[in-house]
Write a protein that binds this ligand. Structure first.
Ligand SMILES: Nc1ncnc2c1ncn2[C@@H]1O[C@H](COP(=O)(O)OP(=O)(O)OP(=O)(O)O)[C@@H](O)[C@H]1O
Ligand SMILES: [Mg+2]
Length: 325
């Protein structure tokens, strides 16, 4: 039987009284992978932080909804801190993590400090575990790397160290926020391969954020498309990318540059509104080629359009009917 590691239901995220993410529904099973994709500012990183219990350092909070991690109900008052889930149940490789390592600290210190913190009170062979972790993330000559400073490593190597730090507590769910964005293409491929291997070896679920649909297509089984703080489409990656139903997903795919593509790239007209100016109805309405009056009046709910697929568009049934004609 599959075991659900993450269950998020109707989560909203608020910072300084402003709701920046609304009604996020997500589910990830043990060992499975989920991609989150969407334009800049769509709420991907805030969602990652919320799922990892890391909103409070940036002054944010889950203001509504329910979040379960394994058997822990994280949204019950004070639960995340009390249960000490970070690192052990869920872990995050944050966006821009390549600059996250302290330049004055050797890699060995980063790792042993994290290992000691995760094993609070217990005596551990921190150095041996650090070497083991560096080997697990495919870094050659781990003894040498332990004595090096972050600037002595390449971007790809630093990202491997960040992943080693994130898996040090053997989490059941690893969230990687744009882990390949700043890396060149061949290193990107290696990092994705590493994440896939680790997820398989450790039976660890993976949430991978990227604005690159190619990355999502290679590395995830399911995907959630976010626009302006809401999920607009969600389902198996293959189905969502082959048969996108939401006009925003369709536009994202049309705007994607690929080698050998001869047709013109069609950008998405306009820009997303800022959270203070989000409209009452569908937040994509002002950029949508299929907009009609009801789109501006009411937020469309996520509705089932296929076996495991949901789409938030008032007109999705009409699109489906047209396709079947
Ligand atoms: N600490 C913060 N304080 C106030 N607003 C924030 C904060 N962090 C994010 N936001 C706002 O929340 C919204 C979502 O931001 P988020 O960083 O989650 O987007 P994103 O989808 O990860 O974008 P990107 O692709 O650029 O990483 C944006 O409008 C952003 O300006
Ligand atoms: Mg982000």
């Amino acid at each position: 039987m599959t075991e659900t590691i993450l269950h998020a239901s109707k989560i909203a995220i608020e910072i300084a009284g402003l709701e920046l993410v609304s009604d996020v529904d997500l589910e990830v099973d043990k060992g499975h992978s989920l991609g989150i994709v969407g334009e800049t500012g769509s709420g991907k990183s805030l969602t990652c932080r919320a799922l990892a219990g890391l909103l409070s350092p940036i002054g944010g909070r889950i203001s509504r909804g329910n979040l379960r991690l394994g058997r822990h109900d994280v949204t019950s008052p004070g639960a995340h801190g009390k249960e000490n889930l970070y690192g052990r149940v869920v872990s995050l490789v944050p966006q821009n993590s390549l600059t996250a390592l302290n330049p004055l600290m050797r890699i060995g210190t980063h790792l042993t400090e994290t290992i000691k913190a995760l094993n609070s009170g217990r005596i551990v062979q921190a150095k041996a575990r650090a070497i083991d972790l560096l080997e697990r993330v495919g870094l050659p000559n781990p003894e040498r790397i332990l004595s090096q400073y972050p600037h002595e490593l390449s971007g790809g190597m630093r990202q491997r160290v960040m992943i080693a730090l994130a898996i040090a507590g053997r989490p059941q769910l690893l969230i990687a926020d744009e882990p390949t964005t700043a890396l060149d293409v061949s290193v990107q491929k290696d990092i994705l391969e590493l994440l896939r291997r680790l997820s398989h070896e450790e039976n660890m679920a993976l949430i991978l954020v990227s604005h690159d649909l190619g990355v999502i297509a290679t590395a995830t089984q399911a995907v959630a498309v976010m626009y302006a703080g809401r999920i607009v489409e969600r389902g198996p990656t293959d189905t969502v990318l082959r048969q996108p139903r939401h006009p925003y997903t369709q536009a994202l795919l049309r705007a994607r540059p690929t080698i050998g593509r001869t047709g013109r790239l069609i950008g998405i007209l306009g820009a997303p509104a800022s959270p203070e100016a989000w409209p009452i109805g569908c937040r994509f309405a002002s950029r949508c080629p299929h907009v009609e009056s009801r789109c501006k009046a009411k937020v469309p709910a996520l509705e089932k359009t296929g076996a495991e697929k949901v789409v938030a568009c008032h007109r999705v049934k009409e699109h489906l009917a047209l396709e079947l004609e």
